[in-house]
Design a binder for this molecule. Structure first.
Ligand code: NIG
Ligand code: FE
Length: 433
């Protein structure tokens, strides 16, 4: 066969983990087997993976414009983070200290989501944009190459649409998939009439549909009822938006059934989703997106938004959620849920590490859930999430030789180099300007 010319060859790979699998995600027993090669190499052309093979195959088959020596280290697909609340203002670290210590805080420390909403409504675009770009750099430095980003801290027409426009204006190598979450929680001014707020959200949908790919609804005791979510979801679908759901986070609101009914791409959190709810999701092809970082950060606390909001969750700390979702046959993915309240981490590595300990998942499960399955939950399983010929060259070179070490060695950033679409965007663990 004639030699080909690649833009980039990565060679001297210690362990090459492909995370290969079907475009709609891996479920069942297959999720426990990870495809790995020792001593592999890969070639990239035009931002796309041209070939994956042994070092010998790639060096015999390709001349390269650039060669990168992985130094005997691990190479994996870029991490895909399928749920974040990227753009917002302010920090709630002060209220968290009061929550974890069980101390009485003043009323101003109990506003929860509504506190973030107040700051976000008042914030300048430039300040929020600068913060979001810095956060994206940090995510990339920790291995994230694709991110879903939702609104939800405006809770009024003007600010919700402003957040969507801001999201669209972010120029960053991480591809951002925008989601409209006008129905996050009822805003303060509508606590007595949540149906009226649902009408307002429905009213925002045509403008939101111009800027977003998905509409998220929060089907949860602190959010909206199944009927209210259905009203919003059906309108959103009619406007061409895909559906995602904040589902059953603080109690069973039948979010699993609602998600299946709407044919949602994903139902996220799912801590209180019943076995039947997960089965309905599996039958409808709705992925379950889980947040071990939220479990770690919140434990017995719920993300409440009104005074007296320190109510403990009904059943704190539920490590069995992942097993229940897997047993029902769902495609399961992991995500940070990056937000100012329930999970302020930007790191998918931290998410993977907490997933092992808190959800008792194995390394192969965690890698699939953080790459291909996360991509599948965003309708992107056909073009990313695994290192296979024809897919985007979203690639991480790590500072450790084996995939299990990324999960075992919690607390430091183990990324060395990140490529997005074949372009180097992180070197020595730092985002390039
Ligand atoms: O975890 N219903 C949503 N809950 C959010 C919490 C956000 C916050 O506390 O600011 C979530 O996705
Ligand atoms: Fe969320």
């Amino acid at each position: 066969m004639a030699r080909q010319t690649a833009d980039l060859v990565i060679e001297n790979i210690g362990e090459l983990v492909t995370c290969a699998g079907p475009a709609d995600g891996i479920c069942g027993d297959a999720i426990r087997t990870l495809e790995t090669f020792t001593g592999g190499a890969l070639a990239v052309t035009g931002g796309v993976i041209a070939a994956v093979g042994t070092g010998e195959e790639i060096s015999n088959g390709f001349d390269a414009r650039e060669r990168v020596d992985a130094g005997g280290n691990l190479v994996t697909p870029g991490l895909v983070d399928p749920h974040s609340h990227l753009v917002y203002a302010g920090s709630r670290h002060d209220e968290w200290e009061f929550k974890v210590t069980g101390r009485e805080g003043g009323a101003d420390l109990q506003g929860g989501i509504h506190r973030s909403v107040g700051w976000t409504r008042a914030a300048a675009d430039d300040d929020m944009r600068a913060q979001a770009l810095a956060d994206l750099d940090e995510m990339a430095a920790h291995g994230t190459t694709t991110l879903e980003a939702k609104t939800g801290y405006g809770l009024e027409r003007e600010t919700e649409l402003r957040l969507l426009r801001l999201t669209a204006s972010l120029e960053h190598p991480i591809e951002i998939i925008p989601t409209f979450l006008g129905a996050h929680v009822p805003p303060r001014e509508f606590l007595d009439d949540t149906d009226a707020y649902v009408d307002l959200v429905i009213d925002m949908l045509p403008a939101a549909a111009e800027l977003a790919e998905y509409c998220d609804v929060c089907c949860d005791p602190i959010g909206f009822s199944r009927d209210q979510c259905r009203r919003i979801g059906e309108q959103a679908k009619a406007l061409g938006l895909g559906i995602r759901v904040h589902s059953d986070q603080t109690g069973d609101a039948e979010g699993g059934f609602l998600s299946a009914e709407l044919g949602a791409a994903s139902a996220d959190h799912a801590d209180y989703t019943t076995e039947a709810g997960f089965q309905a999701m599996a039958a409808a092809g709705t992925a379950a997106i889980l947040f071990p970082g939220v479990t770690y950060h919140m434990m017995e606390m719920v993300p409440a938004f009104t005074e007296g909001g320190l109510a403990p969750a009904e059943k704190p700390f539920m490590p069995e959620v992942a097993r229940r979702a897997l047993d029902a046959g769902c495609v399961v993915a992991l995500s940070t849920d990056y937000n100012p309240g329930s999970c302020p981490t930007l790191s998918m590595q931290a998410t993977m590490q907490t997933a092992a300990r808190l959800f008792r998942l194995g390394y192969a499960e965690i890698w699939h859930m953080s790459t291909l399955n996360a991509a599948a939950s965003l309708g992107r399983g056909h073009d990313r999430g695994s290192l296979e010929p024809g897919k985007r060259a979203d690639i991480v070179i790590w500072r450790v030789p084996e995939h299990g070490m990324v999960i075992h060695r919690f607390g430091t950033n183990l990324v060395d180099t990140v490529f997005i679409g074949g372009e180097k965007v992180v070197a020595e663990g730092r985002a390039l300007a």
